[in-house]
Design a binder for this molecule. Sequence first.
Ligand code: NAP
Length: 292
Amino acid sequence: MVLIDGKATAAAIKQEIAARVAEIVGAGGKRPHLAAVLVGHDGGSETYVKNKVLACEACGFESTLIRYEDDVTEEELLACVARLNADDAVDGFIVQLPLPRHISEQRVIEAIDYRKDVDGFHPVNVGRMAIGLPCYISATPLGILELLRRYKVETSGKRCVVLGRSNIVGKPMASLMMQKQYGDATVTVLHSRSRDLKEECRRADILIAAIGRPGFVTAAMVKPGAVVIDVGTTRVPDATRKSGYRLSGDVDFDAVKDIAAAITPVPGGVGPMTICMLMLNTLAAGEKKFYS
Ligand code: NAP
């Protein structure tokens, strides 16, 4: 069994990005600049944003963190988005989700200039991704593609099962795995209404689980020799940890690792790659790779 090490892969990619930034700056160019907007004090969001700022440092980017309390109005947040859209110093920015219930996430996403939408959530980027045009691809599916590529996992013509159909993971993942220029695989998408879910999973050469149900994928659901990618990251209570919780994937790792040809751990698999791909998108924004 091959352990697909997202942490080590992400570290290597960040070094590659830092080297490119040094080249750009050495040639008199501008250091890429990522801004992050964080609303409230949700523990998960705080951690993600902190890690994004640290990743910016590792890559040699400039970063700006803009914070609002939970009671920020939608109007104020949209005004902030408009300011960032207009700010030439900022190459790309993200608004960390989830947002408080009184704010429409969709309205905020659509207010972001798609040319600075390094999360790849704006409908223009989602649409361009779906038809194979250059664009920002959302970080989690992009990170999974990169892991498959770097670990030389053959995807063309393979049966790929994507478990989950969210806008940020399941749907773009399935779309990318299907497209000739990316996965070129035969893709099945499963969700909470799917029938024969276990049998469908067992047919997969590549199984990508993104449902947020700890340990849902058991050994009986995995074909011997399959490649298993675990996107799930659910906080489960754990009194032995200082934090009081541990992160659990959607796959029963201990049982599945003996059957799979390759598998990502949680933590240390898809998670670090996600942040790293946000950095890659920011570099692309700085270099005006997709949009001028
Ligand atoms: P989400 O928006 O909650 O979507 C979950 C999807 O799973 C839905 O499509 C849902 O089906 C499906 N589902 C839920 N229970 C199911 C079941 N018992 N059987 C079959 N399908 C089921 O989740 P998400 O945002 O995609 O995130 C999924 C997981 O990935 C979470 O643990 C999240 O924390 C993690 N995540 C990790 C990263 C990372 O960087 N590592 C990034 C993003 C997300 P319906 O559509 O029918 O409701």
